[in-house]
Design a protein around this ligand. Sequence first.
Ligand code: SF4
Ligand code: SF4
Length: 183
Amino acid sequence: MSKKPRKKLVKRIKIDVDKCNGCRACEVICSSFHAVPRYSSANPARSRIRVIRDPLADIYVPVYAGEYAAAQCAGRNEYTIDGKRYEECSFCRASCPSRPLFKEADSGLPLKCDMCESDPTLEQPKCVEWCLAQALVYEEREEEVVGEEEAAPDEVELGLEALAAKHGWQTLLDTVTRLTKRG
Ligand code: SF4
Ligand code: SF4
């Protein structure tokens, strides 16, 4: 008898750069939603989405905080948009040692977009809800789980070890405790 394929829910935010007007409402609400207690402050520096802005060229690019990287990567990307060159690493999603982006201000711990995981579950992530220009569009779809993904718990453990090596277990525990005590 063939095994029924396992499914997982994949959440995705589609970014339409042409619609983004650089208002930064997404940064404000993300930082406020993740403040402790919730909505107690708004500080874009703590946001898990940052908008790379070039008002003179009318270019605005929302970038979501992605994976933590313990070391700088060896390669670099260079972007030219409408004839303007952007700094290497400008549009990278990683929280890495080469720049201050996507790091918690107090502890230096990395920030990562968690799709506004909360209980009860939100209908859509906060940044999408607050983006009146509709530059951010939320989508959900089911995908089959393939063999490789069974190894996910190990990846989580490795990530924690790398973080602890850099920041120390106590800082890590203090931060997790603080982040889980939501008012
Ligand atoms: S809220 Fe929407 S339009 Fe405003 S900066 Fe963010 S992505 Fe761009
Ligand atoms: S989905 Fe939620 S956590 Fe991710 S950037 Fe948007 S508001 Fe922040």
